[in-house]
Design a protein around this ligand. Sequence first.
Ligand code: XIL
Length: 438
Amino acid sequence: MLPKGLRRKKSSACFLLAVVLILGTAGCGGKNGEEEATPSAEPGITAPATEPTEPASQPTQPEEPTKAAEPTEIPKEVRTNFYVSSLDEELPSLSEAWKDYFSVGVALTANELNNEFKTDLIVQQFNSMTCGNEMKPDFLLDRAKTLSEGTETCPVLSFRSCDGMLQFCMDNGIKMRGHTLVWHSQTPDWFFMEGYSNHQDAVFVSREVMLERMENYIRQVMEYVNTTYPGVVYAWDVVNEAIAPGDGEENGMRVDDSLWYQVIGPDFVEKAFEYARKYADPEQKLFYNDFNTYETSKRIAIVNLVNKIREQGNIDGIGMQSHIGMSSPTMDDYETAICKFAETGVEIHITELDIGLDSDSEENLLKEGKRYKRLFFLLKNLMDSGKANITNVTFWGLTDDGSWLNKDGKRYPLLFNQLLETKPAFWGVLLDDGIPLY
Ligand code: XIL
């Protein structure tokens, strides 16, 4: 709960939602094609109309005499203060603002849920959550128990790391993206070795044993999560980052650092989706997730892979991680990737969005706000035009100081600063008029 005496204000929330609604009708090649959009420098991004359109017909006679002329338009107040403390004011909610388009999520680490100011903000802003690390194989695989209680084909798992996060979601009506089942990274080498050995001279198990381990791993994660926290997880990242065209393999598969590939072979992705479909709840969506998905060779390899798994009926979506820079990728390339992925017929999730800004000068923070606005404007246009079915957008972190990008020096990639104040980026995501689009 917030400290006593801090009154939340609703007026700014109403105003901003109104702004979003106004933009919602603005020139993005609207569904009915009624408006002539101003052509833009990049496809998919068109300038919003500045004037509201006239209603189709006006009543000729008012039913009763009007008193004084009342303003019919919402006054356009342009925001200039972008740094609003979530402790002092009730902010407009991102998930509420975008509810007709997609759910809005945040990746968190378990310790962030110990901070009541953060949990207040999370519950108010987001309706989807991802565990930043706590549901990855290196957190769930329990080597000691596997050695004492497991079998050569069935490891033992422990869910201590993610229990609290799943419970938090269940208590607060937040849905979770299950991240991630099969990944070359954050999966211990001993999982691939005979006897789960972690010695230097350990040898790989056979393909058959590894397939059984994979199936038992996926089965146990899904069974535990779905029986202990029914209805919480709505999507699973079944396979993460299996494509790396630079490795030179024909289908663009990651080879060099993927023990999954090395032990099972290229069909490990298909097998993972087959097992995931077998044990998932019917309403859970199965995703392939990757980074730099807008690079042409990677994009093509992902489309081919997804088409194959789709024919087998085992995939529902593509996750575009979207750890992007301030100028790369171009919005054009980003749009092309979304459209190509959408053409496969699956849903799109933007699963790990952040912008690697390396300076917090006022000018740069405003530029970041503009980039976020352009991105969300693009997503909106792609949805409005029916070109893509984008069903979730998740930010990879809540506050800049908690971002994973800070390992390599200071970065300012997210929507809130360490004081839990909004940044221009937050208002950009809301398509606020105070943030320029160009
Ligand atoms: C990152 C976490 O945020 C870090 O804390 C961890 O040290 C490394 O992994 N792609 C993914 C995420 O799919 O799981 C990664 O998360 C970021 C890149």
